[in-house]
Design a protein around this ligand. Structure first.
Ligand SMILES: Nc1ncnc2c1ncn2[C@@H]1O[C@H](COP(=O)(O)OP(=O)(O)OP(=O)(O)O)[C@@H](O)[C@H]1O
Ligand SMILES: [Mg+2]
Length: 261
């Protein structure tokens, strides 16, 4: 399996919007050790998806450096699996064929390909649905198929951008448990962006709180509660409240770009 260490050093990213510069990220430093589970929260527009896309290798032209296993990230790679809010499955392919797309560039025999797809369908609990089409899946099942596709190439890193945001509360809670199990089983590094502070605290070894205008890291909360975790655990509830307070404090700050110089 690929290494899961990520080093983010002095990363800034500016977009041009209507001919004016928009600082999406300013001087972000973050070390993510191999096997860690990092969760990222912050107001809409604070650069969470931009940071994740940069780790994925989908955003270029930034300042600073992002390394994966010591190598500077120069573009997308199947060594870094990606899951978005919507499953992004191809409707004309079966579930098994969709998952096999995660092996598209991998040099593996047909036999190995079939075995890896079957193993990863089993990992996400979709064994009976290999030949089904995406329209025959529930939202939660489709999202599991997307997770299987991201994992099938055995990446060192799993990047998730609000993967459960569109699901009902019960399915969401169930998949949070499943994701913890898969992460522990695969020994993978996970970086998950979420709007749900409960989810961030439940899953993360560290909760990274970001602030907007300009997008930056405001605070990092270590969460060392033992696993498997219980969302009703009093320590977790205390930490959830501390993260919510940090987010509230950020909300009350004047945007820096609106302060006259
Ligand atoms: N391709 C782009 N071109 C121009 N501006 C962009 C682009 N992508 C993102 N931005 C801007 O960068 C900032 C950060 O966007 P980003 O999508 O990273 O936020 P986010 O924290 O993921 O928000 P949300 O919680 O709403 O998903 C926003 O102001 C957005 O308008
Ligand atoms: Mg986003």
């Amino acid at each position: 399996m690929a290494s899961g260490q990520i080093d983010i050093r002095g990363v800034s990213k500016t977009f041009q919007v209507d001919g004016r510069p928009l600082v999406a990220l300013e001087r972000v430093d973050l070390d993510i050790s191999a096997g860690a589970f990092i969760t990222i929260v912050g107001a809409s527009g604070c650069g969470k998806s931009t940071l994740l896309r940069m780790i994925a290798g989908l955003e270029r032209n930034h300042r600073g450096e992002i390394r994966h296993g010591g190598q500077v990230i120069a573009g997308p790679s199947l060594e870094r699996g990606l899951v978005f809010q919507e499953p992004r499955l191809f409707p004309w392919l079966t579930v098994a064929q969709n998952v096999a797309l995660g092996l598209e560039n991998a040099k593996v025999s047909g036999e190995t390909r079939r075995r890896l797809v079957a193993e990863h369908l089993a990992l996400v609990g979709l064994t009976g649905f290999a030949q089904a089409y995406p329209r025959q899946l529930s939202g939660g099942m489709a999202q599991r198929a997307a997770i299987a596709r991201a994992l099938v190439n055995r990446p060192g890193i799993l990047l998730l951008d609000e993967p459960f945001g569109a699901l009902d509360a019960m399915t969401r809670a169930h998949l949070q448990g499943e994701l913890q199990r898969i992460w522990a089983h695969e020994g993978i590094t996970a970086v998950l962006v979420t709007h749900d502070v409960d989810e961030a605290v439940l899953l993360g070894d560290q909760v990274v709180v970001m602030a907007p205008r300009p997008g930056r890291i405001a605070e990092i909360f270590p969460i060392d509660a033992p696993r498997p975790r219980d969302r009703k655990d009093e320590d977790l509830i205390r930490l959830r409240n501390a993260v919510l307070e940090a987010l509230d404090a950020i909300k009350d700050e004047a945007p820096r770009s609106a302060v006259p110089h």
